[in-house]
Write a protein that binds this ligand. Structure first.
Ligand code: NAD
Ligand code: IPM
Ligand code: MN
Length: 356
């Protein structure tokens, strides 16, 4: 089993180091190879996704990814910005299906900014389409406007688009995931305004005919954003496009207590996967040793389950995370009165200890 380890920038290196320690404590025979990605790769090689890093990822059974990005790269030409590394990996590996499970562990009910009764027992799954939509649609760029409100003015544009096969395959992923859960899919769109999302809704409805045992509901994204904080437990599987999924999953992270708790898996048609926390490189806390490593450790568990066929090892990690939370250990993002405040490395070490 070969794992490509790509820590990236900011807290990426700190949290991935802890996930690697947890993987090493499992006594399974992994081959792990680390490479630079994002701003770190730009500094060393002049490109955020060097050919060697891409090849390592393509040849591995799975990729463990930290995070990329820093404000100091905001002025670079877009192809050289750190974020292009994760977008390039998703595109080159065909990682179209992004799973972001939002689970509220009982111990963290008090860590969220939401009322306990709203989130206790929460277990929802956001499935975000990851290689299409306005993120990748062409054309995009800047030009002089020839029409609109200000002809002759500078303008910028992106293209939102989805093809039928792209929507069909993510819809199948969502209905199949719902079959293993509570058999309900909420498809989130903006069909009342956007042609792309009327098409999305039509195609999801068509695919649904093959899953009569699964309930399908459609919801506009603005309403979905509101319902997620009003009554999140009414959702089971949420399926949506790339941009809406990006926004709604950060919102859902607060239902779990912290963005530092939300893992993710990005899979292609061959079940090869990239595993990363849903959060970013957190430049505001990088280098302080205080970042929560649990989203990354839980992403490693998803890797064992989805790409490496080691479900027992995945269970062991998840049980160890719950044990550590039950012991009252908390990084600052989930810390509250009556619990013990720990740093990134202490949290990782506690998970390793709980594994044994
Ligand atoms: P962010 O997710 O990095 O941080 C948002 C807030 O959450 C910050 O206050 C941060 O301190 C906190 N936070 C995030 N992860 C945490 C953790 N594990 N423990 C404790 N607190 C945590 O989002 P941002 O600030 O908007 O973006 C920072 C950079 O990260 C940008 O360059 C952005 O493009 C990039 N980014 C990368 C990825 C990725 O690599 N997949 C994802 C999101 C953002
Ligand atoms: C995420 C991030 C990325 C995204 C950025 C860094 C490209 O926000 O993984 O959620 O928008 O997909
Ligand atoms: Mn995001």
């Amino acid at each position: 089993m070969k794992i490509a380890v790509l820590p990236g920038d900011g807290i990426g290196t700190e949290i991935v180091a802890e996930a690697v320690k947890v993987l090493q404590a499992l006594d399974l025979s992994f081959e792990m190879e680390t490479a630079l990605v994002g701003g770190a790769a730009y500094e060393a090689h002049g490109h955020p996704l060097p050919e060697a890093t891409l090849q390592l990822a393509q040849q591995a059974d799975a990729v463990l990814f930290g995070a990329v990005g820093d404000w100091k790269y905001d002025k670079l030409d877009r192809p050289l910005r750190p974020e292009q590394a994760i977008l390039g990996l998703r595109k080159h590996l065909g990682l179209f299906a992004n799973f972001r499970p939002a689970i509220c562990y009982p111990e963290l009910v008090g860590a969220s900014t939401l009322k306990p009764e709203v989130i206790s027992g929460l277990d929802i799954l956001i499935i975000r389409e990851l290689t299409g939509d306005i993120y990748f649609g062409q054309p995009r760029g800047r030009r002089t406007a020839i029409d609109g409100h200000f002809p002759g003015a500078d303008e910028a544009f992106d293209t939102m688009r989805y093809s039928k096969p792209e929507i069909e395959r993510i819809a199948h992923v969502a209905f199949q995931a719902a079959r293993k859960r509570h058999k309900k899919v909420t498809s989130v769109d903006k069909a009342n305004v956007l042609e792309t999302f009327q098409f999305w809704k039509d195609v999801v409805t068509e695919v649904h005919a093959q899953y009569p045992d699964v309930e399908l509901e459609h919801m506009y994204v603005d309403n979905a954003a509101m319902q997620l904080v009003r009554a999140p437990k009414k959702f089971d599987v949420v399926v949506t496009g790339n941009m809406f999924g990006d926004i709604l999953s950060d919102e859902a992270s607060m239902l779990t207590g912290s963005i530092g708790m939300l893992p993710s898996a990005s899979l292609n048609a061959k079940n090869q996967g990239l595993y990363e926390p849903s959060h970013g490189s957190a430049p505001d806390i990088a280098g302080q040793g205080v970042a929560n490593p649990l989203a990354t450790i839980l992403s490693a568990a998803m890797m064992l389950r989805f790409s490496l066929n080691q479900p027992e090892a995945a269970d062991r990690i998840e049980t160890a995370v719950k044990a550590v939370l039950a012991q009252g250990l908390r990084t600052p993002d989930i810390h509250s009165e009556g619990t013990t405040r720990v740093g990134t490395a202490e949290m990782g070490a506690a998970v390793v200890k709980a594994l044994r």
